[in-house]
Design a protein around this ligand. Structure first.
Ligand code: MTE
Ligand code: MO
Length: 391
């Protein structure tokens, strides 16, 4: 692809700067906008994009993505109850319920166990265009959940593993016309096979820094390939039980209501928010040099870790054209992926630029029309046509 040299030059430049040590750029910094490029603004963006609506919530501006790993102080962040107060000196992760040896582990105890790195990018299940700012990517470190469960000795009858954050709030629980107001912790659960799989990590650091309070200091659960909601921050307790957990954020708040045609009949199903649905979006279009005929289309793929078969871009209603996966992101199973496409001979006027991803199982990112029977806004992974004007 002809866009590659530009991209490589940019990579080289990033590394050269890091070598000088002047700007403190780590060697994975990959400026997405080459120096000589000019941004072609999308006409679907709000005039001003507020990145921090409150001190405790933040989105990213996808037009400014300039590195594979989102900087810790830029990582998108959100939660339901605000930040809990946690005294790091007395903090303990409790593991209890159907275990032979209930545990109470300090962060030092956990750091002393064999650790593992995980590159994982995720988005909030409510993330959607045109801004798509509730997504980030990082290199995490922590202890495999399985190691902690094995240390506790999980009983054979255990089926459900509930992860409670230290954060809590007042919740209205409705029951047959009665509403009870009770205090509850943020909670999410995993089934036994999920909990004992290779994937889940109890993470204490992000990009070589201890987790900040935004990211769940001192410990959070990570489910690689899943949406944000299951990645319980400020993890305080793992409760091992036999019964299904039906807490609000497991069973009610995070669900998708969607109709599917089965034998000519519409069937309405409600499903929980787990694995990320395959999504790509165009984040930035730049004009390369002074030549109006060369533009670069840069975008991002979020997915559940199933390898990708292709990412394609199309201009207006034209044919789908292959885009190039950025080698800096292509190799990490659970990381977000970047792609580039060189748009040649753009004509002056209004256009749309759309991308779609396909995985090796032939699962194609749906069109907006194909998602019309999804009534709830979570898991909006449809193709997004970005409008712009070429002058
Ligand atoms: N304890 C706790 N964990 C939580 C939440 C929460 O409200 N409380 N929110 C979840 C949701 S909805 C998202 S999208 C992610 C956001 O993680 P981040 O702030 O690190 O980006 O945290 C998840 N983990
Ligand atoms: Mo979320």
């Amino acid at each position: 692809m002809t866009s590659e040299p530009t991209r490589r030059d940019v990579v080289k430049q990033g590394i050269a700067l890091a070598g000088l040590g002047v700007f403190g750029l780590p060697d994975w910094a990959l400026p997405a906008v080459p120096q000589e490029a000019t941004v072609v603004p999308f006409t679907d963006m709000p005039e001003t994009l507020v990145l921090e609506r409150t001190p405790e919530s933040r989105i990213i501006d996808v037009r400014t993505i300039d590195r594979v790993f989102t900087a810790n102080d830029r990582f998108f962040t959100t939660q339901h109850y605000g930040h809990p107060q946690i005294d790091l000196a007395t903090y303990r992760l409790r593991v209890n319920g159907l275990v032979d040896r209930p545990l109470s582990l300090s962060i030092e105890d956990l750091r002393a166990m064999p650790g593992r790195d995980l590159v994982f990018g995720f988005e909030c299940s409510g993330n959607r265009g045109p801004t798509n700012g509730l997504a980030s990517n990082g290199r995490w470190r922590g202890v495999p959940l399985r190691a902690v469960l094995e240390r506790a000795g999980v009983r054979p009858e255990a089926r459900e593993f509930v992860f409670f954050g230290e954060d809590k709030g007042q919740e209205e629980v409705e029951f047959r016309g009665n509403t009870f107001s009770v205090e509850q912790h943020y909670g999410r659960s995993l089934q036994r096979d999920q909990a004992f799989s290779d994937e889940p990590l109890l993470a204490y650091s992000l990009n070589d820094q201890p987790l900040s309070v935004h990211q769940g200091r001192p410990l959070r659960l990570l489910m690689p390939g899943w949406y944000g909601a299951p990645n319980v921050k400020w993890l305080g307790e793992i409760h091992v039980q036999e019964d299904q957990y039906l807490g609000r954020f497991q069973a009610r708040w995070y669900r998708t209501l969607m109709g599917r045609m089965v034998d000519g009949q519409m069937q309405w199903t409600e499903t929980a928010i787990t694995k990320m649905r395959l999504k790509s979006f165009v984040a930035l279009v730049t004009r390369l040099g002074s030549d109006r005929n060369r533009h670069n289309v840069f975008g991002v793929v979020m997915h559940d870790g199933t390898p990708l078969r292709s990412v394609e871009v199309r201009i207006d209603d034209g044919p789908w054209q292959p885009a190039t996966l950025d080698p800096a992101t292509a190799g990490e199973r659970y990381g977000w992926k970047f792609f580039n496409y060189e748009w040649r001979n753009a004509t002056p006027g209004e256009h749309t630029v759309t991308s779609r991803a396909t995985d090796v199982n032939g699962n194609v990112q749906p069109t907006a029309q194909e998602l019309e029977s999804k009534l709830t806004f979570l898991e909006t992974n449809s193709q997004l046509a970005r409008p712009l004007v070429i002058v």
